[in-house]
Design a protein around this ligand. Structure first.
Ligand code: SAM
Length: 233
């Protein structure tokens, strides 16, 4: 499969901010992003029912979700942006957890694994960046064994009236400016609001996950809908 223009742009964009990605993530979300990843680990562990599951983190970036999942079992984190993986690898070396996590350069739309290779497949803040969301979900389904657990985490838009308006103002006006100022590039923080607006609402995402062959699809709103978590089997 040839790389699309969107994939190339996304990869370059994350490459340009890789060094500041972790700081920006935690700073701009007031550290709430850590709790969302923890929620994903907790929901997956409730559903998996086996010891030491084989885990794949698709679009692992700097490996925060891989690290969070490594307490459940061995993790492969894959991403197509080399500078993001490099930061992730440095973090693993520093925290001395590289024994249980392996990072790999790979495209989410064409995963280099045989069918049914994993017990858990997770992905955080990646899907809306893909040139083809459904192909991304199908690939996750393909590499997951039957009865395995899927977890997709991404941004949503809170629907509570006052909080929703305040959040939209922060998300569309403040966050891109702060992101640009701190990272020094017109990177993902400029493109973030538009990418979240064009991302399917949670009900539609649930249907698209079901269409890819998942059952027991359970959509959850986190922090009043600022983030969404969709679990499936
Ligand atoms: C917003 S970051 C999320 C990183 C990480 N999952 C986290 O929770 O912080 C999105 C990541 O998805 C990766 N990505 C986007 N499209 C991809 C693709 N087609 N294949 C592999 N990685 C991709 C980017 O390189 C980037 O590292």
């Amino acid at each position: 499969m040839e790389e699309t223009e969107k994939s190339r742009k996304v990869r370059e964009m994350f490459g340009a901010i890789a060094g500041r990605y972790d700081f920006l993530n935690h700073f701009l979300s007031a550290n709430i992003d850590r709790r969302w990843r923890e929620a994903c680990v907790l929901e997956a562990s409730k559903r998996i029912g086996i010891r030491s599951p084989r885990i794949l983190d698709v679009g692992c970036g700097t490996a925060d979700l891989s690290i969070a999942f490594s307490r459940l079992g061995p993790v492969i984190g894959c991403d197509f942006c080399h500078p993001m993986l490099k930061i992730g690898a440095e973090k693993l070396a520093k925290e001395a957890i590289s024994r249980t996590i392996c990072l790999l350069e790979a495209d989410a739309l064409q995963l280099p694994f045989p069918d049914a290779s994993f017990d858990i497949v997770v992905s955080a803040f990646v899907l809306r960046n893909l040139a083809d969301i459904d192909q991304g979900i199908r690939e996750m389904r393909r590499v997951l064994r039957s009865g395995g657990v899927l977890g997709i985490l991404d941004f949503g838009m809170p629907r509570i009236p006052l909080i929703g308006s305040l959040y939209r103002w922060y998300f569309q006006s403040v966050l891109p400016r702060l992101g640009r100022l701190i990272s020094g590039v017109e990177g993902p923080y400029g493109y973030l609001p538009a990418s979240v607006r064009s991302f399917p609402p949670i009900e539609e995402l649930k249907k698209r996950v079901e269409n890819a062959g998942f059952t027991k699809v359970d959509p959850m709103l986190l922090t009043g809908g600022i983030a969404v978590l969709v679990m499936g089997k």
